[in-house]
Design a protein around this ligand. Structure first.
Ligand code: ADP
Ligand code: MG
Length: 345
């Protein structure tokens, strides 16, 4: 992909963006760095976390990388390559995960940030920001970017104290990476905690992502979904995903994950649509395991409704939920699945 240039957004655009303090805990650092790696076209992303994440978070990608000049611009507040500099346009056309141009600046504000990057030149760039001071040096690196964040919240005692114990903070990170791996099944993900790899998805499809997040037993008892439909309001909707057989259940609904155009979201309505698709096939107070991505027509998704970008606005919400429910229920009620699933239980 062509690497676009970086510029500062004008004040009007900045005001329009539902920004805010996004780095509230370590998982938010990982989320922003994953967004950046995916927006850079990465095919492979390695995430390394020490302790609860405040010690060290590192995200390495093989994406387009940054030139030295762009690396220096990238860490400025409201500097982005993802929106035009002057945009009165609304943000429904935005196809990138990021668009506010503030994540790197916000992270550098409350941590030490080191960015090593190469956009295909002989020599790469290492940019380090510590206590607001920026140093730039040469660095050897293949094309791509590695961002290392250390001493997060070192001078933010209140924020530090509001964090849970290390296992719980890492649990949030692990769940986040699972959501990304399932939303982007063509990308290779690896998550390492305190030196041990805890999740790895090889980037060869949804079943493989499910295998990386769960285990062989879970992944093998699943069926993939591909469903296309035209919306009454115009445009096409596709529903893609993977649904475990109804006999594969969990105690919480967190194992039903949804994404919109490859962006993981926490969307109660879409999750409920998946649950409705399972209907009474999953009994009582148990929940299924599924990952569903919906891809609505361009211009009908508003990514700018939530500071952490975890929710999106959907113009055709009702039609989309109906399509998801139908796609899931049709996939699960084939005679073939009933027979296999009955044999397994
Ligand atoms: P945003 O993602 O909203 O644009 P960020 O502060 O996260 O804002 O990043 C600023 C800019 O830095 C991005 O627009 C992009 O051009 C560049 N950038 C950040 N991370 C990467 C990366 N991993 N690979 C390539 N470019 C990156
Ligand atoms: Mg970003």
């Amino acid at each position: 992909m062509d690497r676009p240039t970086i510029h500062r957004l004008d004040e009007a655009t900045v005001a329009r963006i539902a920004a805010g303090e996004v780095i509230t805990r370590p998982v938010r650092v990982v989320a922003e760095l994953l967004d950046n790696a995916l927006d850079a076209g990465a095919g492979r992303i390695e995430i390394t976390v020490d302790g609860d994440g405040t010690e060290r978070i590192r995200v390495a990608d093989d994406g387009c990388g940054l030139s030295r000049a762009d690396a220096e611009r990238a860490v400025e507040r409201h500097a982005t390559s993802k929106l035009p500099a002057e945009t009165a346009a609304d943000l429904t056309g935005v196809s990138t995960l990021g668009f506010r141009g503030e994540a790197l600046a916000a992270i550098a504000d409350c941590a030490t940030l080191e960015l090593v990057t190469n956009d295909g030149e002989a020599v790469g760039t290492k940019l380090r920001i510590e206590d607001g001071e920026v140093t730039v040096t040469n660095a050897g690196r293949a094309q791509g970017t590695t961002v290392t964040v250390t001493d997060l919240f070192a001078d933010r005692p209140a924020r530090r104290e509001s964090l849970a114990e290390a296992a719980a903070e890492f649990g949030r990170i692990s769940e986040l990476v699972a959501r990304y791996a399932l939303a982007r099944p063509a990308v290779r993900f690896s998550l390492t905690h305190n030196g041990t790899e805890t999740l790895s998805a090889s980037g060869s499809g949804l079943q493989d992502a499910l295998l990386g997040v769960y285990d062989a037993g879970t992944a093998s008892r699943s069926t993939t979904i591909h469903h296309e439909t035209s919306l009454a309001a115009g445009g096409d909707l596709s529903v893609d995903g993977i649904c475990c057989y109804p006999s594969v259940t969990r105690a919480t609904r967190e194992h039903v994950r949804v994404s919109v155009g490859g962006r993981p979201v926490t969307d109660t309505g879409l999750r409920q649509a998946v649950l409705s698709g399972y209907g009474s096939l999953v009994a009582g107070n148990r929940y299924p395991v599924a990952a569903i991505d919906v891809d609505p027509p361009a211009g009908t998704v508003d990514p700018n409704v939530h500071p952490a970008k975890e929710e999106v606005g959907l113009t055709a919400r009702e039609a989309i939920e109906t399509a998801v429910e139908r796609a899931v229920s049709e996939a699960l009620t084939t005679a073939d699945i009933r027979r296999t699933d009955a044999a397994a239980t």
